[in-house]
Ligand binder design. Structure first.
Ligand SMILES: Nc1nc2c(ncn2[C@@H]2O[C@H](COP(=O)(O)OP(=O)(O)OP(=O)(O)O)[C@@H](O)[C@H]2O)c(=O)[nH]1
Ligand SMILES: [Mg+2]
Length: 297
């Protein structure tokens, strides 16, 4: 019986303590910087639902966002970056591909080029946001409102969150099944679940933790997301991690007409989250480069 999930949980808790100021705040360690020629290449894919925070998470990791910068917009096509990961004296060149979330011909092409056949990332950062996805198009917002209405539900933030969570788990199941069946990402060695936009629900962080991290103790009460992660752990030798993250402080609108959700953290606190996220990335990427065993937690 693996204690990996206990470790993931305690890592989550120590990040929370660091953010809440129980331990000294560290500097704003960047995982990535641009450029890098002549180093071995380490392919990484960033996946997740539309509006989950993929583009902005990458920008946060290279520290490309300054307060006052304009917001991101929907990514219609793949975003590919070559970056250098620094850890101590070591440097690893990485090609990071951000796969667009919305179903489209470009998304299919990106998946084929990046994940299928011989192509495979060594690592995946799968971005989730506990139901706080931005819905880019007004028409889609109307559709969601209509679906909830037809189901007889009150259209409030919890209903919208549940709608997103359902969609997110269907998408993740698809990814997990294809990895387990070795149809996708055959050379994959690690996966980080980025639980992003935590600034919007820091007061409910325990609920998000219990949703995303499989529970070692209680049988039968596991969330649908936890069940999938546990499957991934049982069926593959991947190294897995689940980390809270916030990339920028921006108000969230669940649907047009619903009250906005404001951020509960400050710049220095999201700097702490970014530092811890970067450290996790470094740990997985560097241990891989040093020939670390696949999948041993
Ligand atoms: N409060 C808050 N907002 C965030 C965070 N990360 C992203 N956002 C916002 O969420 C929205 C979507 O972020 P993106 O990074 O563009 O989403 P994406 O996953 O790239 O979406 P697609 O391009 O549609 O696949 C934007 O308005 C971001 O500013 C975060 O950590 N906290
Ligand atoms: Mg995007």
């Amino acid at each position: 019986m693996s204690d990996i999930w206990d470790n993931v949980r305690s890592q989550w808790e120590s990040i929370r303590h660091a953010v809440e100021g129980d331990s000294p705040r560290t500097g704003a360690g960047a995982a990535f910087s641009r450029g890098g020629i002549g180093l071995s290449v380490n392919p990484v894919a960033i996946t997740g639902e539309p509006g989950a925070g993929k583009t902005v998470l990458y920008d946060a990791l290279i520290q490309a966002i300054r307060s006052g910068d304009g917001d991101s917009s929907r990514s219609p096509s793949v975003e590919k970056h070559t970056t250098v990961l620094r850890s101590g004296g070591r440097r690893t060149r990485s090609v990071v591909t951000v796969i667009p979330g919305q179903v489209s011909a470009q998304r299919e092409q990106a998946l084929t080029d990046t994940m299928r056949g011989a192509a495979s990332p060594h690592g995946i950062v799968h971005v989730t946001c506990w139901g706080h996805n931005r819905i880019w198009q007004r028409g889609t917002q109307r559709d969601v409102r209509e679906v909830l209405g037809t189901q007889g539900q009150t259209v409030d933030r919890e209903a919208v969150r549940a709608w997103h969570l359902h969609k997110e788990v269907v998408d993740f199941r698809n990814l997990v099944d294809q990895i387990i069946d070795r149809q996708l990402a055959k050379r994959l060695r690690w996966m980080i679940i980025a639980v992003s936009k935590s600034d919007l629900y820091w007061d409910r962080l325990d609920e998000a933790r219990d949703y995303y991290i499989p529970d070692t103790g209680s049988a039968g009460t596991e969330s649908p997301f936890g069940i999938l992660l546990r499957d991934l752990e049982n069926e593959t030798a991947l190294r897995l991690s689940v980390v809270p993250m916030a990339s920028r402080l921006i108000r969230h609108k669940f649907l047009h007409g619903l009250p906005e959700q404001t951020s509960q953290l400050d710049d220095s606190q999201i700097g702490t989250l970014r530092t811890h996220f970067s450290q996790q990335l470094q740990e997985f990427m560097v241990s891989e480069r040093l020939g670390g065993r696949h999948g041993s937690p």
